[in-house]
Design a protein around this ligand. Structure first.
Ligand SMILES: *Cc1c(COP(=O)(O)O)cnc(C)c1O
Length: 372
């Protein structure tokens, strides 16, 4: 991780800062707990969706999550080093798993192919805990139904070196918030479980749902729900208002008063309609500010929303502050959880015609991190 930890009070004066709000993560976990009896796995892949894997994991575990989820098993080391002691599952290990390290870090490995399981069994020095991953409709990771019997045969042959402790799937359409869209995946997971039990394994931990399934369809909950986006305030089903868990603030580096008819930025795509004040913020697309923005994109300065004008540059954006001269050093809020004049991550997703996930995971390494 390249993040530099700087106290918010200090960094805010000097540089763009992305603050993680652990209290919001805790409230989001509580929201999920209110709708399920299943255990909660806090998914902290992609550095906790850009919020800091350790910070998000700590807040989530403090609020009752009892598992952690990552993609690469190597990501578990950082969590263990930070003293996080709950079970960890890793489900995407493209370059293979360092079996000795995984055993040392006590990482469960999800396996979705015969080849992967063979490799794992061959490399295992101590018994490795494995979750068999059935393809429940994604065609993206997970073992196809046709290969399931062979996967079970391989698992049986590897007994002693691997221990099958779980069966998982992933929902392709949970964001539709329609249980009917999940029914085929639920059935497929049950069939997968039955075959694993018949093969003599068990007891098994069953898991299928991520945030959207957890919030909208109890039939998908089984023993455990894997919640990632929801931790940081994103509900892909858009049915529940969760709490935004980060705030991006940037100081004004330059401000000026310009007359009507002044072109702004590369290409002069914006020309001021009247005399106005412009404030320059030192963040741009290299920091994750989307370059293509629809009308209405803006930031909060001094309690009001002000529009971004002209093209987004690599390192800078320009904001029209109207009659207000904004002194250099004034802190603008690019996004945050406050609402009102402060844009949310969801506002940014709308302005960039994307999903909130790409906004929060896209903040660049130059932005200082303050992780509570
Ligand atoms: C990313 C991921 C999750 C978490 O999904 P969210 O929608 O972010 O909650 C759960 N399971 C798997 C397999 C994933 O890849």
């Amino acid at each position: 991780m390249t993040a530099v930890l700087v106290p918010a009070s200090l960094s805010r004066m000097h540089a763009p800062t992305l603050e993680t709000l652990p209290g919001a993560v805790a409230r989001n976990v509580e929201r999920v707990r209110a709708v399920t009896d299943a255990a909660i796995m806090a998914v902290v892949k992609a550095d906790g969706y850009g919020h800091g894997a350790v910070a998000v994991a700590r807040a989530a575990v403090g609020a009752g999550a009892t598992w952690l989820g990552v993609t690469d098993a190597a990501d578990a080391g950082e969590l263990r080093a930070a003293g996080l002691d709950v079970p960890i599952l890793a489900w995407l290990n493209p370059s293979g798993v360092d079996a000795a390290q995984a055993a040392a870090d006590r990482v469960d490995i999800a396996v979705g192919s015969v080849a992967e399981l063979r490799q794992l069994a061959a490399d295992a020095v101590a018994p490795l805990r494995v979750h068999l991953h059935m393809d429940t409709g994604m065609s993206r990771g997970g073992c196809p139904l046709d290969d399931w019997a062979e996967l079970l045969g391989t698992a049986r042959a590897a007994r002693g070196r691997i221990e099958v402790v779980g069966v998982m799937g992933h929902l392709p359409r949970a964001d539709e918030a329609d249980p009917g869209a999940n029914a085929a995946a639920v059935l497929r997971l049950r069939q997968a479980r039955d075959a694993v039990l018949r093969a003599g394994f068990g007891p098994l931990l069953l898991h299928l749902a991520a945030t959207a399934g957890a919030l909208t369809d109890p039939a998908t909950h089984f023993d455990l729900v894997r919640v990632g986006a929801g931790l940081v305030g994103i509900d892909p089903s858009e049915t529940v208002a969760l709490h935004g868990a980060s705030r991006l603030t940037v100081p004004v580096v330059h401000s000026s008063r310009v007359p009507a008819g002044t072109p702004v930025g590369y290409g002069g795509t914006h020309v001021t309609a009247a005399a106005t004040h412009l404030a320059v913020l030192g963040v741009g697309y290299a920091d994750g500010i989307p370059r293509e923005l629809t009308e209405g994109a803006g930031v909060e300065i001094g309690g009001s929303r002000h529009p971004i004008v002209g093209r987004v540059s690599m390192d800078q954006i320009v904001v029209d502050t109207g009659d207000r001269a904004v002194p250099r050093g004034t802190v603008a809020t690019v996004f945050g959880p406050e609402g009102g004049p402060v844009p949310s991550v969801h506002d940014w997703a709308r302005w960039a015609r994307t999903i909130p996930h790409t906004i929060v995971t896209g903040i660049g390494p130059r932005v200082q991190r303050s992780r509570g």
